[in-house]
Design a protein around this ligand. Sequence first.
Ligand SMILES: *Cc1c(COP(=O)(O)O)cnc(C)c1O
Length: 386
Amino acid sequence: MDISQIINELGEDREQYYNAVAPPIMQTSNFTFKKVADLSKAFEDEMGGYIYSRGLNPTVDILRKKLAALDGAEDCLVFNNGAAAIFAGIFANVKSGDHIVSVTAPYTWVQRMFDVILPRFGVTCTYINGTTIANWEKATQHNTTFYYLESPNSWDFAIQPIREVAALAKSKGITTLIDNSYCTPLYQKPLEMGIDITMQTATKYIGGHSDTLGGVLCGTHAMMKKIFDSEYLNIGSGVQPFNAWLLIRGLRTLPARIERITRSTEKVVKFMQQHPKVDTVLFPFAETFPQYELARQQMKAACGLFTFTLKAGKRESIVQFCESLQHIMMAVSWGGHESLVIPKCAGIRPGDFDPANKTHQYIRMYVGLEEAQYLIGDLEQALSRI
Ligand SMILES: *Cc1c(COP(=O)(O)O)cnc(C)c1O
């Protein structure tokens, strides 16, 4: 289906709500029945109709249909945030005694799940450098049932050979889940490459305005139903109707925003690459990126996030640079209208900061919707202060 049709029409039935162009926010907790028999039937399959908004809700369903179609998936579940989506996607697919292979340095709260929560239930995890298929093969044990991918990673943009990892998993009956937040389905379609479940945080590009959280899982209807019937209903972390409405609104402009961000990021990255005070620039579509070829094979484009280090690698220089920015804000997250930076050292105690460790020096930038020249001007004046 055409992307414009998905975004503007799919899942919307305007005659049902006075031909309103914007969909209604169905802010209701429950749905009424006239016949006991109908209620009994509804109880048999909560994913088959509307009973209670911890399960399905009409506003949320409009969003589900659009997101599933964008990903080329049979079905989709939308959660209150990305972390909840990942938690449910993994928890529904592992049991005591199972082993997970994961890329190193996945999203913070995923790492916490693997390190702290799952071990309490007898599920273990091995982290690997996921850039080669050989590393996946080597780490796979007799009890490995789950592969966790994040491609590209949201800090160093490390990429996994998605098709090969998916094929290896299929040959061993292992379930795969990928965090596709960096690309969104516009720039990468992992289900077409054989991955079982795609995840993205809707808080970032889909919401697009830094005013709501959301998380998405896409896959087969059978997989979504499995997650819905247990974790989704039990944890109660489904997206609320108002937030779903904001996410539908965000989706309307997703392609336009991504297109602009892609163009601006290119300019900002070029500026940083040639600046004498900048050391390395990590960006998947930069020719200097170590996995440039693979990035071009798997991704349609790259945008928004890039990471750099300064030639003056001291903590004080990083602090000076970040605090000198006048327009670009310092904050976690990304995907909104506003450009952001975040220094890795903010999460490292000053005594533990190792100036010889390049990753400690990382500064990540997100390019928002401002004019590229406005951002470059701000970066230039902040660089001049160090
Ligand atoms: C933000 C983020 C998440 C978590 O999403 P929330 O909506 O914040 O819970 C997961 N993965 C990546 C790569 C992210 O940037």
